[in-house]
Design a binder for this molecule. Structure first.
Ligand code: GDP
Length: 454
């Protein structure tokens, strides 16, 4: 069929062998009820009902793939967190601060029917200090008459207010043109960076030792790539030399700078994790070996897997792990991290520097697996063998047969298996396990999907 042909073609052309594209990150900020969520939905082309905000509910997912005029970008929706803290102005500012750190371009949404409020002005001051490009969206301009309201927002000093009606869709095209035009040139330069520098995200819950590790790894001769002259901006990404090669550690500003750890900290943490993963190929997730693993640790690891990035697990503070603690630690890891048993693990101490040299070999293994392509011939002889040894169980008098398989893409490896009937979950897991046994994939998630052909 055409679909099969397209899959095979994707494999032939090796489209996925390209380095992962770094997409601009666009964050939408603004005070509650200005219409951020409807604007985000409008941009994503979603129907509003699907993601309607429920008060007090923190959505885990905060960043979404989006596209305008053929340009892809990542949209960060800050609307999910707003109902649960006191002090409106403070929380809007705090939310904006985190979003701004992660973003390349910020869209500030203001309600044109209300005009600029004190809170809006506070956010504007913060945005200005950040030095990031800001595009002003004057929302709720549903008709010609509203244009005059929008014009009053010139007073915010952010340049032209772009009138939009996120409910009716009016003006959103012009707004997106302005947003994409505002993507800084450095980002373009970073995207075109020719070298084979791999991009690493250092992740982990607060206090596991991320900054300590970064400091230890960078030492004194670290190179700051993104120090834009004339602004107060922190470097976002840093080039770090490890084992004689240069690596890009993404989103290091967020690691070096402590942000509000008060209310909404979970939301900030997941925003930062997701934003860093967008830009990274591989994640080093730090856990604190001296303390019991927490749900936050496992959540971060799941986020990496869901994002389809390569993973290295670093158990830090090993200098504090005595024999007794080690006994329990191994059991906790076994219990809580079974789903990533494939991840290479290093036991390190950011304080003493112990075994930090093992990080690079682990990164290499993970990235290799992540980019692995299994030739169709080899895959199918393997599938034939597996199926002969262990066929799908007969269900209701029928036995689905596996017809053939292909790997249409890498980063991470994605497999598609064509079968004559529905394969049950247990059998799909079995296939994935056998794929790993046969081809390795240490340090990389593997996706397996099944297409049923009558
Ligand atoms: P971050 O929040 O993940 O960036 O964590 P930090 O790097 O700020 O570390 C949190 C605390 O743990 C600090 O007091 C560090 O000195 C300490 N720490 C970090 N790594 C180690 C380690 O390997 N061993 C020990 N004993 N302490 C560590």
């Amino acid at each position: 069929s055409d679909e099969d042909y397209a899959l095979l073609l994707a494999e032939e052309t090796g489209a996925a062998a390209e380095p992962l594209e770094v997409l601009p990150v666009v964050a939408v900020v603004g005070r509650p009820n200005v219409g951020k969520s409807s604007l985000v939905n409008r941009i994503l082309g979603r129907r509003e009902a699907v993601v309607q905000d429920l008060p007090g509910i923190t959505r885990d997912r905060v960043s979404y793939p989006a596209e305008w005029s053929g340009q892809r970008f990542t949209l960060v929706d800050t609307g999910g967190w707003e109902q649960d803290v006191a002090g409106l102005e403070a929380r809007v500012a705090a939310q904006a601060e985190v979003a701004v750190e992660a973003a390349d371009v910020v869209v500030l949404v203001v309600d044109a029917t209300v005009g600029a409020t004190g809170t809006d002005e506070a956010v504007v001051r913060l945005l200005r200090r950040s030095g990031k490009p800001v595009v002003l969206a004057a929302n709720k301009v549903d008709d010609q008459r509203g244009e005059a309201d929008a014009a009053t927002l010139w007073s915010l000093g952010l340049g032209e207010p772009h009138p939009v009606s996120s409910v009716h869709g009016r003006g959103s095209g012009d707004l997106l043109d302005a947003v994409l035009a505002a993507v800084p040139e450095e980002l373009q330069a970073a995207r075109e960076r020719p070298s084979g520098m791999r991009r690493v995200a250092l992740l982990g819950r607060p206090n596991v030792g991320k900054s300590s590790m970064l400091n230890k790894l960078t030492g004194s001769d670290r190179v700051v790539v993104d120090a834009t002259a004339g602004t107060t901006r922190d470097p976002v990404d840093e080039v770090v030399e490890l084992a004689g090669r240069e690596w890009v550690f993404v989103d290091t500003a967020g690691i070096r700078r402590r942000v509000h750890q008060s209310s909404g900290a979970d939301f900030y943490a997941s925003l930062r994790t997701q934003a860093a993963l967008e830009k990274a190929e591989v994640a080093v997730v730090l856990v604190d070996g001296s303390e019991t693993l927490t749900e936050q640790d496992t959540r971060i690891i799941s986020t990496v897997v869901e994002a389809g990035r390569a993973l290295v697990l670093a158990v830090n503070k090993w200098d504090l792990v005595d024999e007794e603690r080690r006994y329990y630690l191994e059991r906790e890891l076994e219990r809580d991290l079974v789903q990533v048993r494939w991840a290479p693990r290093v036991n390190v101490s950011a304080r003493t520097g112990r075994h930090l040299e093992r990080l690079v070999p682990a990164l290499d293994v993970a990235l290799d697996s992540w980019g692995t392509r299994v030739p169709t011939g080899r895959l199918n002889s393997f599938l034939g063998q597996v199926v002969a040894e262990h066929p799908h169980p007969v269900r209701g008098g029928k036995q689905p047969r596996i017809l053939f398989g292909t790997q249409p893409s890498t980063q991470p490896p994605r497999f598609v298996v064509f079968a004559s009937g529905f394969l049950e979950a247990g059998y799909r897991r079995f296939l994935e396990r056998r794929l790993r046994e046969e081809f390795g994939f240490e340090g990389s998630p593997v996706e397996l999907s099944v297409r049923v052909r009558e």
